[in-house]
Design a protein around this ligand. Structure first.
Ligand SMILES: [Zn+2]
Length: 119
């Protein structure tokens, strides 16, 4: 007898291993080695905006009607999730994450120290 898979039990966000407010380490690209807090995750693009990481210079045109000054604005650009590794809050190491089913649903687990993530 086959066990049927209930698709609704698997939220689409569960495939994303990075969540908002996680501390992450950049493992490739020009910002390799930097650590920062995740400000925003964009699951549709498999990317995240990380504090102080991947700064881009954005040239803005002056728009007096919207009170925008022209010039160069520096801001964070999204970085691919595959370039990021979550830092375990328990052992403070960049950790590979596993998943564990609990009563509350699936939680992320650090594969190094086996600590469950609270979020
Ligand atoms: Zn850990």
């Amino acid at each position: 007898m086959y066990k049927t898979t209930k698709l609704k039990d698997t939220p689409t966000t569960s495939k994303v291993h990075v969540k908002k407010n996680d501390e992450v380490l950049v493992i490739s690209g020009k910002d390799r080695g930097k650590r920062g807090k995740v400000l925003r995750v964009i699951p549709t693009k498999s990317a995240a905006v990380v504090e102080r990481v991947n700064f881009i210079k954005k040239h803005t045109k002056a728009n007096p009607q919207r009170n925008i000054k022209g010039g160069i604005l520096e801001r964070e650009a999204p970085i691919k999730l595959s370039n990021l590794q979550v830092i375990c809050p328990s052992c403070s190491e960049p950790a590979r994450l596993g998943r564990k089913a609990t009563e509350k649903g699936s939680v992320r687990v650090c594969r190094k120290c086996k600590t469950e993530f609270s979020n």
